[in-house]
Design a protein around this ligand. Structure first.
Ligand code: ZN
Length: 257
């Protein structure tokens, strides 16, 4: 939907560095194969992570554990398990995805995924697309499969989940457990609303081409860094400061480097 999406390892590495230079503390990574199809192929994750690490860029790496549809459990776990990024996404439930397919996150997979993250010292970015997923996350926190302080990502505006409105954001934020950190983003026309309301509520911000293809009404985004630059400007206008990767490590209590 946007030809500016970086898809190949070299392009993703370049985009990650640009985002860091524009003010991002964390980069969340998905992979595509040689034909630009979504993939969880380990060799492509490995190549990309090695390219970024070889630059010496201090940005925090966060790998997806979903990556698209129909991937096997081991395939989804292997990249973070072996490459040991500091963070990886953890999708706290199954949902109908964009009225097209089922985004499968079976209970047994979530248990296995959570345990593998603890063993690999990888901090989960617990993605919530709906309020029921918070109940699920609380269950895994209670069972010790998700550690505290938990980091939540409130993902609003994906069809099948909660819509990207301030009302929904506030509802979720008020329900979060006390000992946690959180971030949010809106997909589509609610993107800027969620960015601004997240800032007002004291949350962290996620932006980029995974979640949005338009930069403004009718205009495709030029790059991930373009979104980061806007987020940084908004944060500074608000009288705050974008965290450096090391500050983010402290805020999120990351274990490894
Ligand atoms: Zn993702």
């Amino acid at each position: 939907d946007n030809p500016n999406l970086p898809t190949q390892p070299e392009e993703i590495c370049k985009a990650a560095i640009e985002c860091y230079e524009a003010g991002a503390a964390v980069v969340h990574l998905h992979m595509r194969d040689e034909q630009d199809n979504a993939t969880m192929r380990f060799d492509i994750f490995e190549k990309t992570v090695n390219l970024i690490r070889a630059t010496g860029c201090p940005v925090v790496l966060n790998l997806t554990s979903s990556g698209g549809q129909g991937f096997g459990w081991d395939e989804r776990i292997r990249p973070f398990k072996e490459l040991k990024p500091e963070m990886a996404s953890f999708d706290a439930g199954t949902m109908n995805w964009l009225n097209k397919v089922v985004f499968m996150n079976e209970p047994e997979f979530l248990e296995r995924c959570g345990k593998a993250m603890i063993e690999a010292n990888v901090k989960p970015e617990v993605e919530l697309f709906d309020v029921g997923m918070l109940t699920t996350a609380e269950y895994y926190i209670k069972k010790g499969i998700l550690e505290t302080p938990t980091h939540f990502q409130l993902c609003l505006g994906a069809a099948g989940g909660m819509g990207a409105t301030t009302d929904n954001l506030l509802y979720l934020v008020n329900k979060l457990p006390e000992n946690c950190t959180w971030s949010a983003f809106g997909i589509g026309k609610g993107a800027n609303e969620i960015l601004l309301s997240t800032l007002a509520l004291g949350g962290n911000i996620r932006v980029g081409l995974e979640d949005n293809v338009f930069y403004n009404k009718g205009g495709l985004a030029e790059s991930n860094a373009q979104y980061v630059e806007r987020a940084k400007r908004v944060v500074e206008e608000f009288g705050k400061k974008a965290a450096t990767p090391d500050e983010a490590r402290e805020i999120l209590q990351l274990k490894t480097r």
